[in-house]
Write a new protein. Structure first.
Length: 248
């Protein structure tokens, strides 16, 4: 399912902590918003859906916030991920490539796009850098679907980030869990400060149109839970309940 929004949805789960609002824990301030379309969904069958959202991370005292190290996102049982017939992008295929080159290399496997922002301690000051974010359908690992996140810090940092995110099928209230291990930025001198993304993809498989993400509206809501671990052991967690309208 969706990621931040990021890491949207990717990332969609990440932005789901707050409804266009602010969450403050210690020195960390998280401002986020996100949603999905369409809001009208079948009660029992699954229909295509797209997610979008953003999250901004800052500090109460000013300056860069603590580094986000891990994000664990749980997605509603009324959501579904479908990857049969969708092209796969192995991480090795896009390592070292620029965002545009990576998108060209694995065009058929793109399931989401967005942008990342970071603050980096550089030459005695703080530099703000941005990168295009691309979310690819990745190869299965241990029976689970994966997504591959790709971004690249510009010079003088000049680092490429390729992160494999397992999306594990679960039972109970949540259908999927995505676990994102955030890599060090600029050797640990940088911290993530912004993420936005749009996630969703329709494609043809066996003569029919399929959707990478789909959902139903069995109980009038779609729920996401997020847990975020920051440097220093600071946890931030929360849930969101987004209304949907059931159609028959």
């Amino acid at each position: 399912m969706a990621l931040l929004v990021l890491v949207g949805g990717l990332l969609a789960g990440a932005v789901a902590i707050a409804d266009a609002a602010m969450v403050r824990v210690g020195n960390i301030v998280l401002r986020a918003d996100g949603g999905f379309a369409p809001r009208k969904l079948p009660k029992r069958a699954f229909a295509p859906i797209h997610f979008q959202g953003y999250a901004d991370i800052s500090s109460v005292r000013g300056g860069p916030p603590p580094a986000l190290e891990r994000a664990v996102l749980d997605f509603d049982r009324d959501g579904r991920l479908f990857t049969n017939g969708l092209p796969v992008c192995p991480p090795s295929r896009i390592e070292g490539l620029s965002p545009l080159a990576a998108r060209a290399k694995c065009k058929g496997a793109i399931v989401g796009e967005g942008r990342l922002g970071a603050a980096v301690a550089l030459n005695g000051g703080t530099a703000r850098i941005t990168s295009l974010l691309t979310i690819f359908n990745g190869p299965r690992e241990n029976g689970s679907a994966t997504v591959v996140l790709h971004a690249q810090a510009p010079p003088p940092i000049a680092e490429t980030y390729v992160v494999v995110v397992p999306v594990q099928r679960r039972g109970g209230a949540y259908a999927y869990r995505a676990t994102i291990e955030v890599p060090p930025i600029a050797g640990g001198a940088g911290v993530l400060t912004h993420i936005d993304a749009k996630i969703g993809r329709e494609y043809s498989y066996r003569g029919a149109t399929r959707s990478y993400t789909s959902a139903r509206c069995s109980d009038g809501i779609l729920e996401t839970h997020g847990f975020f671990q920051f440097a220093g052991g600071i946890p931030v967690s929360g849930e969101v309940f987004r209304p949907c309208t059931a159609i028959r």
